[in-house]
Design a protein around this ligand. Structure first.
Ligand code: FNR
Length: 359
């Protein structure tokens, strides 16, 4: 447990590499194929620019926001990421504590090292979402949805971009198999994931997902269902038509379809098509306060990130997670002040420029 002295979030990756065992580190930092989409994710924020607003007469920007009926102190949230026990012995429980300390929102993964109830308890009343990897076994899906509801989770995130594992070269190089069990899979007939690779685990999940599956899940649970892995206006509208209460624009951090666009580059057109029918969560490549600002200005209501939080967890447990959020919030606050935006609502209405710089 320790507070981290952070210069910037990209620098955490090298620090974390020193302490996370090779296989686990490869699984966390890697993308798919030659990582092209992974690299574009962060670069794409250079495709939009923020308009400075000096004569705005504002001070002390306020990062708080209300989305899905939740009062949050920051628009930055923890993306659902699997097996956080790879990074730290206390895994998701410490992530939950760190996120709760900043008044933020955490999404738990189906493939968590810690159970839904234990992670929720560690959050001590702080809002959490639960991400579902749909299984072919509907009793399994239903039991997780029931458990999430019982644990006080506020929404379900249904991930639809992982019906097959991306071609993850790091995992192949390291012959990576999870050294720790996945707490939510212990009662699953195909095993708890320990000793398996992510491809094998996905293979026991659903290998095809369509609008009818979204509808079936939305009808089963009375929690809002947010569909994650949307990268086109068409898919966004299909999801809403099937009962989605939220759209989660993501390319899984460049871990699934390599060769697709950077997630930021598709955000504006999706937001335009969704046209405020439901809230939008955005992730993939966010590392800076300016990235958060640009994503909000391009149409996101919440902005998530994954890897930097896992690195913070590895380096400092709950306090490391807290430090990562405090750092990105600090950068965001500076950008908000200089852009003359007092509130997150102002940021959402801020203009973006699209100047094409040669470099
Ligand atoms: C993920 N992601 C993910 N997504 C999901 O829906 N369920 C999951 O279990 C996981 N697991 C997972 C593990 C690890 C190690 C990573 C890095 C990512 C994807 C995640 O929710 C999110 O989309 C990305 O992490 C966003 O990209 P950045 O912020 O890591 O660049």
């Amino acid at each position: 447990e320790k507070k981290l002295d952070i210069l910037n979030l990209p620098a955490l990756e090298d620090e974390a590499k020193k302490i996370i065992p090779t296989g686990g580190y490869g699984y966390i930092f890697g993308g798919s194929e030659d990582d092209w989409t992974l690299r574009q994710n962060t670069k794409a924020f250079e495709h939009a620019q923020i308009v400075p607003k000096a004569l705005s007469d504002i001070e002390s920007p306020d990062l708080s926001t209300n989305v899905f009926g939740l009062d949050l102190k920051t628009p930055v949230m923890m993306a659902p990421t699997a097996a956080q026990g790879l990074a730290h012995a206390k895994g998701e429980a410490d992530t939950a504590r760190g996120v709760a300390a900043v008044g933020g929102l955490m999404a738990q993964s189906t493939y968590s090292s810690t159970s839904i109830a234990d992670t929720a308890a560690a959050g001590n009343g702080a809002p959490q979402f639960f991400q579902l990897y749909m299984s072919k076994d509907w009793s399994f899906n239903e039991s997780l949805l029931d458990e999430a509801k019982k644990a006080g989770v506020k929404a379900i995130i249904l991930t639809v971009d992982a019906t097959v594992d991306g071609y993850r070269e790091q995992d192949i190089i390291n012959n990576f198999q999870f050294p720790i069990p996945m707490a939510n899979l212990t009662k699953f007939s195909e095993g708890d994931g320990k000793g398996k690779g992510i491809g094998e685990i996905y293979a026991s999940a659903a290998q095809k997902i369509g609008p009818d599956d979204v509808r079936r899940i939305a009808e089963y649970t009375d929690l809002p269902v947010i569909v994650k892995g949307i990268q086109s206006p068409e898919d966004a509208l299909r999801a809403i038509g099937a009962g989605a209460a939220g759209i989660y624009v993501s390319n899984h951090g460049g871990r699934q379809l390599n060769g697709g666009p950077a997630s930021f580059d598709v955000l504006e057109s999706i937001a335009k098509a969704v046209n405020h029918q439901v809230p939008i969560i955005f992730d993939s490549g966010v590392r800076r306060g300016s990235h958060v600002f640009k994503a909000l200005a391009a149409g996101a209501d919440l902005v998530a990130f994954g890897r930097p939080v896992i690195y913070g967890l590895a380096l400092g447990g709950a306090e490391g997670v807290q430090s990562v959020f405090e750092h990105i919030d600090h950068e965001l606050e500076i950008i908000m002040q200089l852009a003359g935006t007092k509130t997150i609502e102002d940021v959402k209405h801020a203009p973006l420029l699209h100047i094409n710089y040669a470099d």
